[in-house]
Design a protein around this ligand. Structure first.
Ligand code: NI
Length: 272
């Protein structure tokens, strides 16, 4: 679809965190992506290991969307040897990061809730990828689950920039992340009845640090909750956040889309 059609849309959004390589999209990946693009929604699809990152880049080229590449904490154990992220993996990630339409290093981080990989391996993979992103001056997309202190420590030491995605914490944690210059990514969890603390946080975050995402196929927002999630539903997240902030959907979309364009450098790519 030509970009000039998209700017005619009243509301443009960016789903800054999707997992379109997932098998949940095997039957209708193409249609799902087109549905979003036709509704004025751009997409950044994440890598979670080397194969998934290659897939993300392939999808970005094929459909004129965007990709991030990286090793997810769940997968870290497979790629860390002798207390280092395999150098061939780092070299491959660097090559992918230099491809067109690859806008970030992600999804990287720490997950001490599921602990699918040993924590030592998660820390090594996170630090090494964070350092690579810093060297290449690219933003990072960070996954943090029950690992606040270790994530903050790495963010503090590292001076890379980016977003803490799927943020669900309180205002105090949000402030610590904002103080380090990071953005916060908000998804469908903000619409869940039990997310009162998150909704209070979302009211208090400076608008210029807020970006939206779906984390699809997971975490479908109300009123699609329980179904497979997809980029189109970022609109429900936007509606909820707009309401919380007493803004029109148009204003909220303009701000968060502008933030995503700036953080990930999307304008440079779309307009070139
Ligand atoms: Ni994710």
């Amino acid at each position: 679809m030509p970009y000039n059609y998209m700017i005619m849309e009243a509301v443009q959004l960016v789903d800054t965190h999707a997992h379109l390589d997932g098998k949940q999209f095997d039957a209708d990946r193409e249609e799902t992506i087109q549905r979003a693009l036709e509704a004025g929604i751009q997409i950044i699809t994440m890598g979670t290991d080397l194969d998934s990152s290659e897939q993300a880049v392939h999808l970005a080229h094929k459909h004129e969307i965007f990709a991030a590449v990286g090793i997810h904490p769940h997968e870290a154990g497979r790629f860390v040897k002798n207390n280092q992220l395999d150098s061939r993996v780092l070299t491959r990630l660097e090559t992918l990061l230099n491809e067109e339409r690859v806008v970030a290093m992600g999804e990287i981080g720490l997950d001490y809730f599921k602990d699918y990989s040993p924590r030592e391996a998660q820390l090594v993979a996170f630090r090494d990828q964070f350092a690579l992103a810093h060297r290449l001056k690219r933003p990072v997309v960070i996954h943090n689950r029950e690992a606040d202190e270790d994530v903050l420590e790495i963010l503090r030491d590292g001076d890379a920039f980016g977003v803490v995605h799927s943020f669900t914490g309180n205002a105090a944690l949000a402030q610590k992340i904002l103080d380090l210059g990071f953005y916060l990514g908000i998804n469908g969890m903000v619409t869940f009845p039990k997310s009162g603390v998150l909704r209070d946080t979302v009211k208090a975050i400076p608008l210029e640090r807020l970006i939206l995402e779906t984390d699809c196929p997971y975490l479908a927002p109300v009123p699609q909750r329980g179904k497979r999630n997809e980029p189109l539903y970022v609109r429900h997240v936007a509606e909820c956040v707009a309401q919380l902030r007493n803004l029109s959907l148009e204003k909220l979309a303009e701000a968060t889309t502008g933030n995503a364009m700036k953080l990930f450098g999307l304008e440079r790519i779309i307009c070139s």
